[in-house]
Write a protein that binds this ligand. Structure first.
Ligand SMILES: Nc1ncnc2c1ncn2[C@@H]1O[C@H](COP(=O)(O)OP(=O)(O)OP(=O)(O)O)[C@@H](O)[C@H]1O
Ligand SMILES: [Mg+2]
Length: 471
């Protein structure tokens, strides 16, 4: 006797429920998940079904609730506003256990053995799944599961179970101890956006990924610049055999495309600083030429990646008016509509600003939460009359949370040219922290930056005032 159940937006729960005896219909992709639940209903009649509340499922609920035994789970971000008519609701709070949710949903039958669930398996109030027992960094390092490793001699039979790379293992344990428990489930998603080239999208994507990773988050950085992916160059990925997004597409498995932090540090020159985030390279021109890397495919990958990290950072290409690759309409808009974040970057020139503003306006019209769109001006010369800057700030404030200015700084340029990361430089660390503060509520650790010229001016005022007071 099987107990069928459908999961929509709750794919990470599937493995656990299967172990407890459920037959689970699910997919990381919401639409596919809904199709699979539909098939399950066709085969078994009105089965139990759990849906994580989010804008993308709202139109689904009225269509399916009569056919399934439905429970909608509310989150902090998308709470249950009124009790469902004809279906059950459950508002998740930090610590709601999976057992509670299942019992409440009325889906537990005699055939189900709840003891098979990890003790303490629970939801966080954002809908992510928290398993207090599993320090599972290993799961996202393809190296750790590779047959090559096992073949290389594994006397203790630990391949695929325990990370064998000492450094990575030590780091995993350290983080697991510090963080207490590891999240699995719904990572945050952040895009860098700009309307003109060279304003610092890639620099900022790298910086946010690096600082978030160094501050204890599990981060996957994706080069979604399908025109001219440049993150691999900035990161000094030297090994041409390392996978790209194309390998993930061929294998229909995002993990195949991931370069783990270990593999990344291995390919970088040993003198460069170590990074703690994982990376998916953009395609080569030849790979792009196959036509297999479409916006739809990238969107599907994002939802897979979200399952095993805390933050997905996507670097994009310049936003173009006609959106030739569907980057805006098929990836950015849906992700932001579902609670994703954008970091809109502009320089001081008005070229490009109007493109950016046009896209931001469209996002707002589509109902994207403006508090999830952050903006900053990068590469502002410190000797500049501030008039133009004020105008840009005013325009950005209409459409986003403007988080400030990063000045033109030679150290950023020279360090990045040398393959180094710049996220901890005083000139930008404070703004990077501000981004993390907005997304994760992490404290802003780096102090606000005052450029040398400004410090000079302030010293000048101070001296003058000193003289005046001495009169
Ligand atoms: N605040 C800054 N001061 C000085 N140089 C900077 C600053 N920010 C970025 N740069 C440099 O400017 C160059 C362009 O930055 P970056 O590649 O990040 O821009 P981009 O928007 O990703 O460009 P593209 O549109 O070509 O992808 C890089 O060499 C980077 O090191
Ligand atoms: Mg770039």
């Amino acid at each position: 006797m099987t107990t069928p159940i459908g999961l929509i937006g709750l794919d990470p729960l599937a493995a656990h429920l299967t172990r407890a005896g459920f037959t689970v219909a699910t997919s990381p992709d919401l639409r596919i998940a809904a199709d699979r639940v539909h098939e399950l209903v066709t085969d078994h009649g009105p089965v139990g079904c759990l849906i994580l509340n989010q804008p993308r499922v709202q139109s689904l609920i009225p269509r399916i609730y009569r056919h399934v035994n439905l429970t909608v789970l509310g989150t902090d971000q998308h709470p249950i506003v009124d009790d469902g008519d004809g279906y059950r609701t459950y508002q998740l709070r930090g610590g709601s256990t999976v057992v509670d949710v299942l019992k409440n949903a009325g889906v537990v039958t005699d055939a189900i053995d709840l003891d098979q669930l990890p003790p303490g398996l629970q939801f966080e109030s954002d809908g992510s799944l928290l398993d207090p027992n599993v320090p599972d960094w290993s799961e996202w390092d393809p190296d750790l599961q590779s047959p090559r490793r096992a073949a290389a001699g594994d006397p203790e039979g630990l391949a695929g179970v325990v990370p064998t790379d000492d450094e990575f293992f030590a780091e995993s344990v350290r983080r697991a101890l510090r963080g207490g428990a590891i999240r699995t489930g719904q990572a945050e998603v952040l895009f860098t956006l700009s309307g003109s080239g060279g304003v610092g999208k890639s620099s900022l994507a790298l910086s946010v990924a690096n600082r978030a990773a160094n501050r204890g988050r599990r981060v996957v950085l994706i080069d979604a610049n399908l025109g001219q992916p440049d993150l691999a160059t900035f990161l000094r990925v030297a090994d041409g055999d390392l996978p790209t997004v194309f390998d993930a597409v061929l294998d229909d498995n995002v993990r195949t495309g991931i370069i783990s932090p270990i593999a990344l540090n291995r390919t970088r020159d040993a003198r460069l600083s170590k990074v703690n985030f994982a990376f998916i390279q953009g395609p080569t021109a030849e790979q792009l030429g196959t036509g297999r890397i479409t916006a739809g495919v990238v969107a599907g990958m994002i939802s897979q990646v979200r399952q095993f990290c805390d933050l997905v950072v996507l670097d994009t290409q310049i936003l173009e008016r006609d959106d030739p690759r569907g980057l805006v309409t098929q990836i950015i808009e849906p992700e932001l509509g579902a609670g994703g974040w954008a970091l809109a970057v502009t320089g001081m020139s008005t070229a490009g600003l109007s493109n950016l503003i046009e896209v931001m306006e469209r996002l707002l019209r589509l109902g994207v939460n403006p508090s999830h769109v952050m903006s900053l001006i990068n590469r502002v010369p410190t000797n500049l009359a501030l008039h133009n800057q004020d105008r840009i700030v005013a325009a950005l404030r209409e459409l986003s949370v403007h988080i400030g200015t990063i000045w033109e700084d030679n150290e950023i340029l020279s360090r990045m040219n040398a393959g180094e990361l710049v996220s901890d430089l005083p000139v930008c660390a404070n703004l990077i922290d501000t981004v993390l503060h907005r997304i994760f509520d992490m404290p802003v650790e780096a102090p606000a930056y005052v450029p040398e010229a400004e410090r000079e001016r302030r010293r000048g005022w101070f001296r003058r005032r000193g003289k005046e007071s001495g009169r």
